[in-house]
Every structure is written in structure tokens, then in C-alpha cells.
Write a protein that binds this ligand. Structure first.
Ligand SMILES: *[C@@H]1O[C@H](CO)[C@@H](O)[C@H](O)[C@H]1NC(C)=O
Ligand SMILES: *[C@@H]1O[C@H](CO)[C@@H](O)[C@H](O)[C@H]1NC(C)=O
Ligand SMILES: *[C@@H]1O[C@H](CO)[C@@H](O)[C@H](O)[C@H]1NC(C)=O
Ligand SMILES: *[C@@H]1O[C@H](CO)[C@@H](O)[C@H](O)[C@H]1NC(C)=O
Ligand SMILES: *[C@@H]1O[C@H](CO)[C@@H](O)[C@H](O)[C@H]1NC(C)=O
Length: 471
């Protein structure tokens, strides 16, 4: 009896060990280390790989391929890995991603393609079907544009990182389907304007970072859907004015940065000034660039009488988003009524503006959308200035250059330990040269390589090496 039960026990033990070893090691690609807990993981960072391994285990829930030299993600690279939730491909040399590279990854939650400066363009179909995706890193990819429909259907997306690319426009409705998006990072691009429909549908957005762009114009209705926005960064742009109507829908706003813009502090700034007076959150300084007598002064701290007349411009002023072309080039400065042509000022002779408008109620002091004249006259603190008055866009305040909160500051790079050259101590000290995993995926990761390594000496790994087919 005793013998029999102990025999059964050791059989069971062998079975358990066999199972573990089988799961850990069997189909692991050469440059990778594979482990099972807490998630089935294939980890191959910093191995000098030049292509996506073809034999990634189909059961993989996480695949780490960052820090290699992969140039191309072929069609259906991960198709067999139906349980894949996390895929890291950042810091490679990706120049091309096949439009169907991620086909079938219906459970994918995190996709990191950042820091692939050669990428430049992403096929608009690339992310189709990724209905569970909640984090998408596309920062530092050299992107020039966002193709039509690129983010369509990504209803679960919460974090979208597009900063430090070469984006030259915000297309209409680009983020329309992203009703759950909370963080949209667009800083460090070349965006010249915020059109009316740029941010439609972003009803959950909490943080919108647009600093370090070239934004000169913000459409009065472009923030309409952002009722939950708490943080808005527009510093280090090219704004000389901002329609207060644009800010009105931002009922939850707490943090606003507007510094490092060529603000014109004349009658056109009145609506913004009034909005800032009643703003309950925290805002940066809004240093005036013009008129010269107010240069460097903070718009917020000026008195209403300081904001009279039109600052002299060296060339005709252009209205901001009037929508009509008939008025183009006519600097209608602060007159309340479009029909009142007498108050229209010539571009090169606005010096009398202050006098002619004195004693008049600036249109901006009436509630937004309720002025006496046509909307496009009243709502547009129009006017742009010659390039010579712009501060260099690169001269940034250091305090503003880091987005608040952890999403961007989370540690990157999780070093792996190679199957080829690993030792116990190397595996256990896998941290050398890197941090831990990112927020949202940190559970127990530090212990995993050591588990993999401690099982390896069992020798069973080799026996069962070839049992499973590749991914
Ligand atoms: C995915 O996970 C489910 C549930 O854990 C499992 O039954 C299935 O075999 C896995 N699929 C693959 C391809 O490993
Ligand atoms: C969006 O967020 C809500 C609330 O968190 C959640 O119930 C819903 O499932 C999310 N939508 C998607 C498509 O994940
Ligand atoms: C800033 O805006 C002005 C007027 O719209 C434009 O002429 C100038 O080129 C812009 N500067 C940059 C750096 O985009
Ligand atoms: C618009 O203006 C009219 C008259 O100036 C006023 O009676 C009305 O209450 C205003 N509407 C709003 C929404 O402020
Ligand atoms: C394993 O070898 C690769 C080169 O083959 C090297 O880049 C890597 O740092 C090594 N890993 C460890 C843990 O020594």
C-alpha cells in the first residue's frame, strides 16, 4: 500500500513538473524567454532580432519584442495568438507594418509601436478589429498624417499617444469613435490649427496635450464635446488669440497652460480675459506679446481698460475662422456689428482704432453666442501677427514639458534574459539596465524570469522542446 501510494505521488509530481516544464519551455523561439505566470509570455527584448520570430507560441498573452532591429511587421504575424493582450514593438526600426499585421487580435489591449522613427505612415486599416484596445502608443514614429479612419472602431481606447511626430494637421472626426478615450497626447507635432471637428466624440477625454505645436487658430466650437476635460495644454504654440467660446464647454477644466504664445492683448483679448477672470482652476501666465506697452504683462492681471483698441499690425489682419471669404483680409477690429462698416479698420492704419471704439461695449463682453451681429464677427478675436513677434517655439518652460501624472512617465523597457546566454543570476537580476513594466501591467513581473530559470535545470525542457507547433 505504502509503496503504491508513494509511487502514485511521485507519478503525480512528475506529471506536474512535466506540465510546468512543457508550458514554460516547449515552443519558445530562440532569442526569447517564455514563462506562464501570471500571463503566458514570450519575451524577446534587446536581442538584435531583425524580424518577428515565426514561432511565437500560440498561447502567448504577452509578447515583448521591443529594443530589437525589426524593420517590418508582415501580414498576420500574430494571427495564431488569439489570446494576445499585450504586444510591445517599440524601439525597433519599423519602416512598414502590413495593414493586416494585427488581424485577429480581438483581445489585444495594449499595443506599443512607439520610437520607430522610420515608420512615417500607418495604413488606415491597421487597427481594424481591435475592439478591446485600451492603450495605443504611436509616439515618435515620424508620422506626418493620420489616415482617414485610422482609429475607427477603437471604442475601448483610453490612452492614445501621438506626441513627437511630424503631424501637420488634425483631420475632422479622426477620434470620433473614441468615446472612452481619457488621454490624448498630441504635443511635439506641427499642428497649425484646431479645426471645428477635430475632437468630436471625445466625451470622456480628461487630458489633452497640444503644446509645442504651431497652433495659431482654434475654432470656437472645436472643444464642444470635451465636457470632462480636466487638463488642457496649449503652451508653446502660435496663438495670438483664443475665442473664449472655445473654452466655454470645458466645464470640468482644472489645469490650463497658455504661456509661450504671441498673445495680442487688445480689445480682441477681452473675451479671453473675461473668461480667465471667472476660471476657477489653475492656469499658467498668459504673457502679452503685443501691444508693445503691454509686452510681457500677464493678460490675467490686466485691468479691463488696458484692453482697448487694436494693436498695430504690420500687415493686414486675418479673421480667425470666419468661415466666409468675403471678409478675408478686412481687419474688423472689435466692432460689434458687421453692418457697421464705418468701424472697419484698414490693415495698415489701425492706429485710430482705440479712439473710434472708445466707449463702446466690446462685443466679447456679451455672453457667447448672443451678440448683436453675425456670429463670425463677434466670436472671432481675429488677428495674426508678423512672424517677427513670435517667440521661438522651441523656447519652452521646463515645468510644462512633462505631462502630469503617470501615463507618460511610467518606466519603459523591461529587459529580458535570453535563453542563449542566461544564467540564474542574470535572469534574476534581469533589471540590470532597465526599469519595471509599465503601469497596468506590473503584476508580479519581476519574479517571472527567475521562475523560468529555476525550472530550466530540470532538464525536462530539452526533452519536450519540440512538442508543440509554432505560432
Ligand atoms: C486562450 O485562452 C483560453 C482560456 O484560457 C484557452 O482555452 C485557449 O486554449 C487559449 N487559446 C490559445 C490559442 O492558446
Ligand atoms: C467604455 O467605458 C465604459 C465605462 O467604463 C464601459 O462600461 C464600456 O464597456 C467601455 N466601452 C468599451 C467599448 O470598452
Ligand atoms: C504663426 O502664425 C502666423 C500667422 O498665422 C504665420 O504666418 C506663421 O508662419 C506661424 N508661425 C509658425 C512657426 O508656424
Ligand atoms: C441675449 O440677449 C438678449 C438681449 O440682449 C437677452 O434678453 C437674452 O437673455 C440673452 N440671451 C442669453 C442666452 O444670454
Ligand atoms: C545575451 O546576449 C545578447 C547578445 O547575443 C546581449 O545583447 C544580451 O545583453 C545578453 N543578455 C544577458 C542577460 O547577458
Amino acid at each position: 500500500m505504502k509503496r503504491a501510494s508513494s509511487g502514485a505521488g511521485s507519478q503525480l509530481l512528475a506529471w506536474v513538473l512535466w506540465l510546468q516544464a512543457w508550458q514554460v519551455a516547449a515552443p519558445c523561439p530562440g532569442a526569447c524567454v517564455c514563462y506562464n505566470e501570471p500571463k503566458v509570455t514570450t519575451s524577446c527584448p534587446q536581442q538584435g532580432l531583425q524580424a518577428v520570430p515565426v514561432d511565437i507560441p500560440a498561447a502567448s498573452q504577452r509578447v515583448f519584442l521591443h529594443g530589437n532591429r525589426i524593420t517590418h511587421v508582415p501580414a498576420a504575424s500574430f494571427r495564431a495568438c488569439r489570446n494576445l493582450t499585450i504586444l510591445w514593438l517599440h524601439s525597433n526600426a519599423l519602416a512598414r507594418i502590413d495593414a493586416t499585421a494585427f488581424t485577429g487580435l480581438t483581445l489585444l489591449e495594449q499595443l506599443d509601436l512607439s520610437d520607430n522613427a522610420q515608420l512615417r505612415t500607418v495604413d488606415p486599416a491597421t487597427f481594424q478589429g481591435l475592439g478591446r484596445l485600451h492603450t495605443l502608443h504611436l509616439d515618435r514614429c515620424g508620422l506626418q498624417e493620420l489616415g482617414p479612419g485610422l482609429f475607427h472602431g477603437l471604442a475601448a481606447l483610453q490612452y492614445l499617444y501621438l506626441q513627437d511626430n511630424g503631424l501637420q494637421a488634425l483631420p475632422d472626426d479622426a477620434f470620433r469613435d473614441l468615446g472612452n478615450l481619457t488621454h490624448l497626447f498630441l504635443h511635439g507635432n506641427r499642428i497649425p490649427s484646431v479645426p471645428e471637428r477635430a475632437f468630436r466624440g471625445l466625451h470622456s477625454l480628461d487630458r489633452l496635450l497640444l503644446h509645442q505645436n504651431r497652433v495659431a487658430r482654434v475654432h470656437p466650437h472645436s472643444f464642444r464635446d470635451l465636457g470632462r476635460l480636466m487638463t488642457l495644454y496649449l503652451f508653446a504654440n502660435n496663438l495670438s488669440a483664443l475665442p473664449s467660446e472655445a473654452l466655454a464647454p470645458l466645464r470640468a477644466l482644472q489645469y490650463l497652460r497658455l504661456n509661450n504664445n504671441p498673445w495680442v492683448c487688445d480689445c480682441r483679448a477681452r473675451p479671453l480675459w473675461a473668461w480667465l477672470q471667472q476660471f476657477g482652476g489653475s492656469s499658467s501666465e498668459v504673457p502679452c506679446s503685443l501691444p508693445p506697452r503691454l509686452a510681457g504683462r500677464d493678460l490675467k492681471r490686466l485691468a479691463a481698460p488696458d484692453l482697448e483698441g487694436c494693436a498695430v499690425a504690420t500687415r493686414p489682419l486675418h479673421p480667425i475662422w470666419t468661415g466666409g471669404s468675403a471678409d478675408e483680409g478686412l481687419p474688423k477690429c472689435c466692432q460689434p456689428d458687421a453692418a457697421d462698416k464705418a468701424s472697419v479698420l484698414e490693415g495698415r492704419s489701425p492706429a485710430s482704432a482705440g479712439n473710434s471704439l472708445k466707449g463702446r461695449m466690446p462685443s466679447g463682453d456679451s455672453p457667447p453666442g448672443n451678440g448683436s451681429g453675425p456670429r463670425h464677427i463677434n466670436d472671432s478675436p481675429f488677428g495674426t501677427l508678423s512672424g517677427s513677434v513670435e517667440p521661438p517655439l522651441v523656447a519652452l518652460l521646463p515645468e510644462g514639458s512633462e505631462p502630469p501624472g503617470p501615463p507618460t512617465t511610467g518606466p519603459r523597457r523591461r529587459p529580458g534574459c535570453s535563453r542563449k546566454n542566461r544564467t540564474r543570476s542574470q535572469c534574476r537580476l534581469g533589471q540590470a539596465g532597465g526599469g519595471s513594466e509599465r503601469a497596468g501591467d506590473a503584476e508580479g513581473s519581476g519574479a517571472l524570469p527567475s521562475l523560468a530559470c529555476s525550472l530550466a535545470p530540470l532538464g525536462l525542457t530539452l526533452v519536450l522542446w519540440t512538442v508543440l507547433g509554432p505560432c
